[in-house]
Design a protein. Structure first.
Length: 98
């Protein structure tokens, strides 16, 4: 039997924090938070990184649930996952109030 001392909230906050742990990802989140959505091709035009590297960053954010992607061939449209974004804000705010 596995005993854990970590709450579900702590695990979720850590997952969000890990996904946010790179300046490129923070830039993407900031950009998507300021506008409704953005296409991956537009992001690759803005950011001075390889498309494959951008793809890895987007995957990390998507896997954490902070963004969502919708295929509109030949591009992918990314938006903030509003439900998880609000959850992340609540978790971080509660943690930082200690």
């Amino acid at each position: 039997m596995e005993v854990t001392i970590f709450t579900d909230e702590q695990k979720q906050a850590a997952r969000f924090a890990k996904a946010m742990g790179h300046p490129v990802r923070m830039y993407v989140l900031d950009l998507l938070n300021k506008q409704s959505c953005c296409y991956s091709g537009d992001l690759s035009d803005i950011l001075p990184i390889a498309k494959s590297t951008l793809s890895q960053h987007l995957k990390e954010l998507k896997d954490a649930g902070l963004i969502q992607g919708e295929i509109e061939a030949p591009k992918v449209k990314y938006c903030i996952n509003k439900e998880n974004w609000a959850k992340a804000q609540k978790l971080f705010q509660a943690f930082l109030e200690y």
